[in-house]
Design a protein around this ligand. Structure first.
Ligand SMILES: Nc1ncnc2c1ncn2[C@@H]1O[C@H](COP(=O)(O)OP(=O)(O)OP(=O)(O)O)[C@@H](O)[C@H]1O
Length: 233
């Protein structure tokens, strides 16, 4: 099992403000399950943005899939991004598209034939309990329903990394458990999972998951396991 993500002394500054993240160094193993915690404003979303290549670090290096993300030619970014599924904190569904078409989007972008799209999309919508809302558009759905569509869309193309920012923030505990089962099933198939959450119950549900914690823009790593995982960086 190799390493899929490596941050080395990463710093991030928005504009001319102070550093939001400083000296962040860690390594994620391929196929690992990671929870990212920290107080509101500590820098979790910012760290995830660096991970899914929505932000470039202002210093340090981010390596993904064994390559330096900072020196990737622009033309290769979309291909890289397709290997990462993202559940955004604010969902970012396309309001004019139905639930079905939102979930189908990553498969269509990847060039999957229309005849091979319906079965996985319907299966995924069933998984998240939304078979009855296939034609509904996001503005007519509840926050929890939108969140579940966002999750279905993030996982449908079987990404190598799934990054989820508070993915159970808007659902009840039963649905949170169900979504966690989905993440676990993906993890068993080899997907590396990174979930930012404040939900301690959720964290307790995956005993083998590793905990990452950001405090005021710094990664807390008292055991050194994130910086120097067993097996080497
Ligand atoms: N685009 C931006 N421009 C300027 N400052 C930003 C931007 N995004 C985040 N910040 C600042 O960076 C800091 C960390 O924000 P971030 O969203 O990463 O925290 P978080 O740990 O995810 O918080 P929460 O749990 O509330 O979502 C905050 O002080 C925030 O105001």
């Amino acid at each position: 099992m190799g390493n899929i993500v490596h941050f080395e002394n990463v710093g991030l500054r928005y504009g001319t403000g102070p550093e939001t993240l400083s000296d962040v160094s860690f390594t994620l193993a391929t196929g690992g399950f990671y929870f990212l915690t920290g107080a509101s404003g500590a820098g979790k979303t910012s760290l995830l943005k660096l991970l899914y290549l929505a932000q470039r670090p202002t210093r340090g290096a981010v390596r993904l899939f064994g390559e330096d993300a900072g020196s990737l030619p622009r033309a290769r970014l979309p291909g890289f991004r397709r290997r990462i599924g993202v559940v955004f904190q604010d969902f970012r569904l396309l309001p004019q598209l139905s639930a079905y078409d939102n979930v189908a989007l990553p498969l269509r972008v990847a060039g999957v034939r229309e005849s091979e799209i319906e079965a996985p999309v319907m299966e995924m919508l069933a998984w998240v309990g939304l078979s009855a809302r296939v034609t509904a558009k996001p503005p007519t759905l509840s926050g929890g329903e939108q969140q579940r569509i966002a999750i279905a869309r993030a996982v449908i193309a079987r990404p190598e990394i799934l990054v989820a920012d508070e993915p159970t923030g808007n659902v009840d505990p039963d649905m949170a458990d169900r979504l966690l089962h989905l993440f676990e099933a993906l993890n068993r198939l080899g997907t590396t999972i990174v979930v930012a959450t404040h939900d301690l119950h959720l964290i307790g549900r995956i005993p083998h998951a590793q905990l990452m914690r950001v405090e005021k823009g710094k990664l807390v790593d008292p055991s050194g396991l994130l910086r120097h995982p067993p097996g080497g960086a």
